[in-house]
Design a protein around this ligand. Structure first.
Ligand code: TRP
Length: 328
């Protein structure tokens, strides 16, 4: 490893990510490669906090890896590995459990939301989820963590845990900082006052592997309004379409349609066609790459990533155990 600071992030293997996940976090994972020592993990132990079928989970792990490689995560530049292959994550999680106040975990809004959604399965893992996340980050002494906005509270808790450890045992961990990209709020196409989400149905989101005609169909069905008002009062649905043009790097179309909007001559059907083409331009190479990566390729890449991650993780956990006194 060289002088660059370390950056860590994780993704739960829950199926094919949508363009909101991509623009909100994953695109940054790609763009930040080279500037940092990037370590990326598919966090399968986080995924089992929600009841999930074994075969489904296996499939999701491969799908998630396939997507990451297809959007441009480069195993020669970054470490990519499966969380459960490095048991030091759960080991450090236990040590952190013994430093984390219950009251801090009780404040976590993601826990409260998930507990409401899964009333029959409010398990200890779901409650402890943020502590495992803190272990993921601090095991590699990561200073930067690119995440979506919804994870900021968990990063704050990670800092609290790091501080508690450092105060009790002496300097061990850097204080990680979140990196949040510009595309914070990609809204649902069918429900544009809510964030894009698989929970809001098929027509809410565009998955990274939706075929071109499906992308087109979903964009065309996106909620707009009956016509332009003034630009400060744009409806949520139309604003979302404009935002997406910018997030997908088509600034010239943004300007052209914005002018038409202001003049009141805009046709939403044309805006939508342009946006669908723009999205497909980004998704085309992703879809092609994804179809060319075999499960065997993925296995090899994740194993070689685990070998690199293991070296860092083992060295760090040994230091930590020396400090805590759990060794002979
Ligand atoms: N909790 C994160 C999410 O739901 C995933 C995650 C697990 C993560 N461990 C992490 C993100 C460590 C950043 C760093 O999106």
């Amino acid at each position: 490893m060289n002088e660059k600071p370390t950056l860590f992030s994780g993704i739960k293997p829950t199926g094919i990510p949508h363009i909101g996940n991509y623009l909100g976090a994953l695109k940054q994972w790609v763009d930040l490669q080279g500037k940092y020592n990037c370590i990326y993990s598919i966090v399968d132990y986080h995924a089992i906090t929600i009841a999930i079928d074994k075969d489904e989970l296996q499939k999701n792990i491969y799908t998630t890896a396939r997507i990451l490689l297809s959007i441009g995560i480069n195993p020669d530049k970054s470490i990519l590995f499966l969380q459960s292959t490095i048991p030091e994550h759960t080991e450090l999680c236990w040590i952190f459990n013994c430093l984390t106040p219950m009251s801090e975990l009780q404040r976590m809004t993601q826990f409260k939301d998930k507990a409401k959604q899964h009333r029959q399965n409010i398990n200890a893992g779901l409650f402890d989820y943020p502590v495992l996340m803190a272990a993921d980050i601090l095991l590699y002494n990561a200073e930067f963590v690119p995440v979506g906005e919804d994870q900021l509270q968990h990063i704050e808790l990670t800092r609290i845990i790091a501080k508690k450890f450092n105060n009790r045992y002496g300097e061990m961990f850097a204080m990680p900082k979140p990196i949040v990209g510009p595309a914070k709020r990609v809204m649902s196409l069918n429900n544009p006052t809510k964030k894009m989400s698989k929970d809001l149905g098929e027509s809410s989101y565009i998955s990274l592997l939706d075929p071109p005609e499906v992308v087109e169909k979903k964009v065309k069905k996106a909620v707009t309004d009956t016509g332009p008002t003034d630009a400060n009062n744009m409806s949520a649905g139309v604003k979302n379409l404009f935002d997406l043009l910018v997030y997908f790097d088509n600034n010239s179309a943004y300007q052209r349609f914005m002018q038409q909007y202001q003049q009141g001559t805009i046709k939403y059907s044309e805006l939508k066609q342009e946006l669908a083409n723009t999205i497909n331009k980004t998704l085309d190479p992703i879809r092609t790459k994804a179809s060319n990566i075999t499960d065997d390729d993925i296995k090899k890449i994740l194993q070689s990533g685990a070998n690199k991650a293991r070296q860092i993780a083992q060295a760090k956990i040994n230091k930590i155990k020396q400090t805590v006194g759990t060794f002979i």
